[in-house]
Ligand binder design. Structure first.
Ligand code: BGC
Length: 348
């Protein structure tokens, strides 16, 4: 296992470091000490050709604002909070509305835009970089000093594990995820419409017209949201369906069935690459790049709709009247502990 630290630029007079972790087969990741941003997940295809399977901006400076949150650590909360209002212990927090009428992805300067402290470790079977960050009480409107640790581990079995730990000195809200956009064709050769997807889920969080949860849970058997039998992402994405219309594609939270089995499987036939996702999170937001930004990608083109799928394991976002807020509540002194494993393999 090998770890390299490379200085790749400066944001606000602070050094942006890229940590490159590789196993003996060349599988690995590059991740920044800014926003814990994963810029590369380098995975062999069925012929052993190693390519990047996540969306990456060409110009490193674009990551300072990171308009689509490519690869970023998201916190303190992922997704939208309806009207930027949520009540914790009888106090209504007024969070800034950086996402239209809602708050999104932790506010204006969420974890995706913070410098993090790094430490690394490697042995024969795994290598990791662990980032820590102390989020002061009041940051982006959230109560409690929050101590955060996020560890990115790669293994000899071509797995990427992201584990999140957090502890607060007051009751607060925490709902962390990683916002990588996957495209298994490698270096964005193909879009994701012909990727096959399986999701171990029978229920979807219903959204209102502002894309926040209504509080209802929809049974999805037989609908375009049903991926319990693997199907291509493109098969039903243009079906007439009010929820698809709201998101302009998939941009929803699925409630994951309990158990330790594979929770999602993404497969791209031409490259033979397959990714299995395991997690102890109770939900996943999938977003089919319905509103791509204009920035040039590392593969020398601008992104199009459906070029990639963001797979954001997390708890359901928070709707009006504190809908689902209990899933994001972290009590004083209790430990938040979540883990997601992305395991790569190939099929000939
Ligand atoms: C959200 C989308 C949003 C995207 C980029 C996703 O997590 O669900 O609605 O457009 O992030 O900000």
């Amino acid at each position: 296992m090998e770890i390299l630290k490379i200085l790749i630029g400066e944001f606000n007079n602070k050094e942006v470091e890229s940590y490159s972790l590789r196993n003996s087969k060349g599988f690995g990741i590059n991740v920044l000490n800014y926003g814990g941003i994963i810029t590369d997940v380098l995975v062999p295809d069925k012929n052993g050709i190693i390519e990047n399977v996540v969306m990456k901006y060409k110009d490193i400076n674009v990551y300072k604002e990171n308009p689509s949150y490519y690869g970023a650590l998201i916190g303190r909360t992922s997704g939208r909070i309806a009207d930027g209002e949520v009540t914790v212990n009888n106090t209504t927090l007024k969070l800034n509305k950086n996402y239209g009428v809602n708050q999104g992805h932790g506010g204006d300067i969420g974890f995706s835009k913070k410098f993090l402290n790094a430490k690394t470790s490697a042995n024969e079977s795994e290598a990791y970089v662990e980032f820590d960050y102390l989020s002061p009480s009041g940051e982006e409107g959230y109560p409690g000093n929050l101590e955060l640790k996020v560890r990115y581990t790669i293994t000899e079995e071509n797995e990427l594990k992201i584990s999140y730990r957090a502890i607060s000195d007051e009751d607060t809200l925490v709902n962390l995820t990683n916002h990588s956009y996957f495209n298994l064709s490698g270096n964005c050769k193909d879009n994701i419409l012909n990727h096959h997807l399986y999701i171990d889920s029978d229920f979807l969080v219903e959204l209102n017209e502002n894309s926040v949860p209504t509080g209802n849970i929809i049974e999805i058997g037989g609908t375009p949201f049903d991926f319990t039998n693997p199907k291509t992402i493109g098969r039903d994405i243009n079906e007439e369906d009010y929820q698809l219309e709201i998101g302009q594609g998939y941009d929803h939270c699925w409630i994951l069935n309990s158990g330790n089995d594979v929770k999602m499987r993404l497969y791209h036939k031409d490259s033979g690459r397959q990714m299995d996702v395991y997690t102890n999170q109770n939900g996943v937001v999938l977003y089919t790049q319905n509103f791509p930004d204009e920035e040039l990608l590392d593969c020398n083109k601008k992104p199009n709709r459906r070029d990639a799928i963001a797979i954001e394991t997390q708890s359901p976002p928070i709707g009006r009247d504190n809908v689902f807020a209990k899933y994001s509540l972290l009590k004083k002194g209790e430990e938040y502990s979540k883990e997601t494993i992305y395991k790569f393999s190939t099929i000939k």
